[in-house]
Design a protein around this ligand. Structure first.
Ligand SMILES: Nc1ncnc2c1ncn2[C@@H]1O[C@H](COP(=O)(O)OP(=O)(O)OP(=O)(O)O)[C@@H](O)[C@H]1O
Ligand SMILES: [Mg+2]
Length: 238
């Protein structure tokens, strides 16, 4: 069976700084893949390349066997690729529910009539039902994180790219996101999750990829990747 997402020979440099140096990997349908790597390794940039907000220098991205390399973000969203942002940027003067509606209509291509029921589902699923009428700009840190995930889910993705949702949360809140991500997987959505919180990576991912120096330095079973020589060298200088 062909992979849901297939990335081949991805290259990206900002000026003289190489961010992705011939990166290739596949994401199988139904997987939760974790991505770890030191600050500045290029993890967020990789999401930009996948979502189409950053232009690649070379390489090919296939989604459901379709070449999406040259497609704009909007078209990739409509095909089912959604991402969250490390620094959320909701419409702060709109309510939580209206933010989700914008995502559903424009990112997901839902019909107006489908929205109320769909948005209720997403609010319930992400634990935001009580905040539905709140201005997005007034949400707590935890609320903002839930909302960022909810906005991506509202576009009805088949591939969800999550950029550091656990950062800055308490242990109990991290647990909440771990179970949320598991439910997302159960709902049939494939996930790629960037995170520095190793506990979350170990608990929720099927496979882990470590990136550093523009390369994938390790990939495989989460525990093995975290304990690998390459990863320990990068993190601990060992
Ligand atoms: N638009 C840009 N122009 C120039 N350099 C950039 C741009 N975006 C990112 N960079 C640089 O590219 C490198 C990779 O950044 P990126 O945000 O992808 O790292 P990251 O792995 O997500 O880091 P973190 O774990 O801190 O989020 C960094 O050195 C960053 O400063
Ligand atoms: Mg980042």
């Amino acid at each position: 069976m062909a992979a849901l997402l297939s990335v081949t020979g991805l290259k990206k440099a900002f000026g003289a700084v190489t961010i992705a140096n011939d990166i290739s990997f596949d994401v199988e349908e139904g997987e939760v893949i974790g991505i770890i790597g030191p600050n500045g390794a290029g993890k967020t940039t990789l999401f930009g390349l996948l979502a189409g907000t950053i232009k690649l220098d070379a390489g090919r991205i296939q989604f459901r066997k379709q070449d999406v390399t040259g497609l704009p973000t909007f078209d990739r969203a409509r095909l089912g690729i959604a991402r969250t942002y490390q620094i959320p940027r909701p419409f702060t003067h709109m309510t939580v529910a209206d933010n989700l509606k914008v995502a559903a209509l424009f990112g997901g291509g839902l019909e107006e009539a489908e929205c109320p029921e769909w948005i209720d589902q997403i609010l319930e699923f992400t634990g935001l039902a009580k905040e539905r009428g709140m201005l997005a700009g007034r949400l707590s840190l935890l609320g903002r994180k839930r909302h960022e995930l909810a906005r991506a889910l509202a576009t009805r993705p088949s591939l969800l790219l999550i950029d550091e949702v656990a950062a800055g949360l308490t242990d109990a809140e991290v647990d909440e996101f771990i179970s949320l991500i598991r439910s997302i997987k159960t709902a049939g959505i494939t996930v790629v999750w960037i995170e520095h919180v190793m506990k979350a990576m170990l608990a929720a991912t099927d496979r882990l990829m470590a990136v550093a120096g523009g390369k994938i330095i390790a990939s495989g079973a989460p525990r093995e990747v975290i304990q690998s020589k390459e990863v320990r060298r990068v993190y601990l200088g060992a």
